[in-house]
Ligand binder design. Sequence first.
Ligand SMILES: C[S@@+](CC[C@H](N)C(=O)[O-])C[C@H]1O[C@@H](n2cnc3c(N)ncnc32)[C@H](O)[C@@H]1O
Length: 214
Amino acid sequence: MEFISKELSEYCEQHTSPESPELRALNRETHLKVLSPRMLSGHLQGAYLSFVSHMIRPLYVLEIGTYTGYSAICLVQGIREGGKLISLDVNEETSLLAQTFIDKTPVKDKIELVVADAKAYIPGLTQRFDLVFIDADKRNYALYYDLVFDKVAPGGFIMIDNVLWSGKITMPEEAMDKDTLAIHEFNKHVQNDSRVENVLLPIRDGIMMVRKKV
Ligand SMILES: C[S@@+](CC[C@H](N)C(=O)[O-])C[C@H]1O[C@@H](n2cnc3c(N)ncnc32)[C@H](O)[C@@H]1O
């Protein structure tokens, strides 16, 4: 489900800085060769992620859910000198493809792809992250948020993708499937978390923006 009309969506893209040739190729090849290309952030959301990265100027960024690397290439854009983005994914095949795309970009040395289950890997991370992007399996959103929270710098940001879940999030709770219910519970978890400020933006499939209070 699109939250805005196709015409408005196209208008937004036409009035957003164009995709770089590398991102356009990645987007196209993912749609041609990979299962579930809808998972890819895409032009508008990608430009937004890049914008946020430029505004925050993070040192360390963590991404949970690499897929073919589109959002990683966007999120790394504003990283300060000496910093890096760590991106986790359980899928070895899509991670390999992501690496081939990333290797063609000028930011390749700032991105570290890790093939691992985020649940097992996050507890061992020692960096302090200025920005985290959660975009993996929806049923574990609350777990990822809780695992990563103490590793986020005070004043740092967590962004969580797909929190409107194609609009299914407004169904009565008793009619929700497991993924929708998990996302709904997660949105309430954030809303009730006194340690943060948050805003839910209806960009693409919904992005929850969270700022950890100082
Ligand atoms: C929606 S896609 C990520 C899309 C990507 N961030 C983008 O915008 O182009 C979700 C990814 O999460 C990965 N994933 C699922 N469960 C995971 C887990 N337990 N640990 C790490 N990654 C996981 C999947 O393999 C999939 O590639």
